[in-house]
Design a protein around this ligand. Structure first.
Ligand SMILES: Cc1cc2nc3c(=O)[nH]c(=O)nc-3n(C[C@H](O)[C@H](O)[C@H](O)COP(=O)(O)OP(=O)(O)OC[C@H]3O[C@@H](n4cnc5c(N)ncnc54)[C@H](O)[C@@H]3O)c2cc1C
Ligand SMILES: *[C@@H]1O[C@H](CO)[C@@H](O)[C@H](O)[C@H]1NC(C)=O
Ligand SMILES: *[C@@H]1O[C@H](CO)[C@@H](O)[C@H](O)[C@H]1NC(C)=O
Ligand SMILES: *[C@@H]1O[C@H](CO)[C@@H](O)[C@H](O)[C@H]1NC(C)=O
Ligand SMILES: *[C@@H]1O[C@H](CO)[C@@H](O)[C@H](O)[C@H]1NC(C)=O
Length: 430
């Protein structure tokens, strides 16, 4: 059989979140002519996407230099690519522990600083921060005690407006001919469609809730934390987990005092961003070990909500951390109500490596983009190129990103705290 020009092959992408949109745009702008995207929400940005909120940290300091290199490439695109640069705010990243942090956590951050300060990419960009005076000198608008805050400030970092980025990339996809089907009936995929061949089961398409079957040569799963719904065996290497996100509302006058403040991560409490330019909201997230949702599942998988309203809360302890943080940094807001509380679900692997590979045993018909582990958004400008390389080469040559049938041995290092099961965790009161 004559092989079709690769770019004439039909591509069906399931999920219009961060990875799906990045892939659709990259492939379409590099000559792929027949791309269709199915998305369960009736709008893009999807309310189910982990990336659909005000902002995400963009930084390149990683314990693993492999990701540092990639993140530096991505930051270059954030700075210069006209699709991305309007959404990038290079405010810098302040990464500290508070006085309350255990001594061990403080030592970790000191060691971490030592490891990046001489990295060629960060020379002159990272600065040690040791206590109240350093912090107040860097950010005079922090009028709380910030007592004992120590860590570092990295000026080659900041945040991206994530919802706006998704919107821009969606529009860019539409303008170059990518087809989208949205909503429960037309866009939500209920199952994959297979056919048996001599040596493999081939995935030939996907069936939506409304019963329509979309056929394609290559099917690409980009379903975020929900991927195990369609392909449960991936549950051996990834777990759906969530963190709580909450906001406080500032007035325009209040917000103007905090323009340009760095993304501030107080490791033992929570991280926050400058007030959103449009809404004047401050966003907070306590990034502990994250929460699983096994108790609802029949097949031993931790899965996110089906119904948006099920995720409109945060664990009570997260609120405690956020209030402690506010007392330390902006005490005037310590009692302000937390609004727009929700859980944000991501696809977590034990070693924080992405999964970008063909699903084994499917004759090269089915690809999976998963395992974002809570650090995928920053790669959006370059993520699609990883997928194009995989399609062209026909196999994943980067071992970190290969499909794995067992859990890796090495655990991820950049979070504080253990993962907890959601059921039974007290919820923050409305
Ligand atoms: C609280 C929080 C903070 C984060 N902070 C950062 C950060 O600071 N920096 C960073 O780089 N990254 C961050 N991330 C991670 C980032 O958001 C993710 O890496 C990224 O969104 C992953 O993209 P994805 O496409 O895999 O999943 P998603 O963006 O979640 O997209 C999945 C899509 O699949 C759709 N879908 C699901 N099931 C179906 C179905 N059956 N049929 C059709 N469509 C379906 C969903 O509606 C959704 O649109 C954070 C994540 C969270 C939760
Ligand atoms: C912040 O510093 C800690 C060391 O305390 C490090 O492990 C972590 O990766 C840094 N956080 C981020 C998001 O870079
Ligand atoms: C795109 O692919 C689909 C599925 O293979 C096919 O039915 C359709 O005719 C293709 N469209 C074009 C314009 O080639
Ligand atoms: C937990 O998972 C189930 C599906 O197994 C889902 O219906 C429910 O909404 C989830 N709960 C939350 C809080 O996301
Ligand atoms: C979603 O949850 C809300 C509130 O709990 C409920 O009223 C609604 O019926 C649910 N929808 C679905 C589709 O389950």
């Amino acid at each position: 059989m004559a092989s079709k020009d690769q770019k004439d092959q039909s591509i069906l992408i399931l999920g219009a979140g961060c990875f799906g949109l990045a892939t659709a745009y990259h492939l379409a702008s590099n000559g792929y002519r027949n791309i269709t995207v199915l998305e369960k929400d009736s709008e893009v940005p999807s309310r189910f996407s982990a990336a659909n909120d005000l902002n995400k940290v963009i930084r390149a300091e990683y314990a693993d230099p492999f990701y540092t290199t990639l993140a530096l490439d991505a930051i270059k695109k954030w700075q210069t690519d006209p699709l991305y640069s309007p959404h990038y705010h290079q405010t810098g990243f302040l990464n500290v522990t508070s006085n309350a942090a255990p001594a061990q956590t403080k030592q970790v951050i000191a060691k971490y600083f030592a490891s990046i300060k001489d990295h060629p990419s960060f020379v002159g960009q990272v600065e040690r921060m040791n206590g109240q005076n350093d912090i107040k000198k860097l950010v005079p608008a922090f009028n709380g005690p910030v007592e004992g805050w120590s860590g570092y400030f990295n000026s080659l970092a900041g945040y991206g407006h994530s919802a706006d980025t998704l919107k821009t990339i969606h529009e860019a996809c539409l303008s170059i001919g990518v087809k989208f089907y949205l909503g429960e009936a037309d866009g939500e995929v209920e199952s994959l469609v297979h056919t048996s061949a001599r040596h493999a089961t081939i995935c030939v398409g996907a069936k939506t809730r409304g019963g329509k079957i979309h056929l394609a040569d290559k099917i690409i799963l980009a379903l975020g934390a929900g991927v195990a719904n369609l392909i449960p065996r991936i549950g051996k290497q990834m777990t759906g987990r969530c963190w709580g996100v909450a906001h406080i509302q500032l007035t325009p006058t209040e917000a103007s005092q905090f323009r340009g403040i760095p993304v501030t991560n107080v490791r033992d409490l929570a991280f926050f961003f400058e007030p959103d330019h449009e809404t004047n909201k401050l966003k907070f997230c306590h990034m502990g070990g994250a929460f699983t949702n096994y108790s609802w599942s029949k097949d031993g998988l931790s899965l996110p909500f089906n119904n948006l309203s099920d995720s409109n809360f945060i664990p009570a302890n997260d609120e405690v951390y956020i209030r402690q943080l506010l007392k330390q940094v902006l005490p005037q807001f310590a009692d302000r109500p937390l609004i727009d509380k929700h859980l944000c679900w991501f696809a977590d692997t034990d070693d924080s490596d992405y999964i970008i590979d063909f699903v084994p045993g499917m004759g090269g018909s089915l690809l999976v983009l998963s395992g974002d582990s809570g650090h995928g958004f920053k790669m959006m400008p370059i993520f699609g190129s990883f997928v194009e390389k995989l399609l062209t080469e026909g196999k994943q040559s980067q071992p970190k990103w290969q499909w794995k049938d067992t859990k890796p041995k090495q655990a991820s290092v950049w979070r504080s705290g253990e993962s907890q099961e959601l059921a039974g965790v007290p919820r923050s009161k409305l």
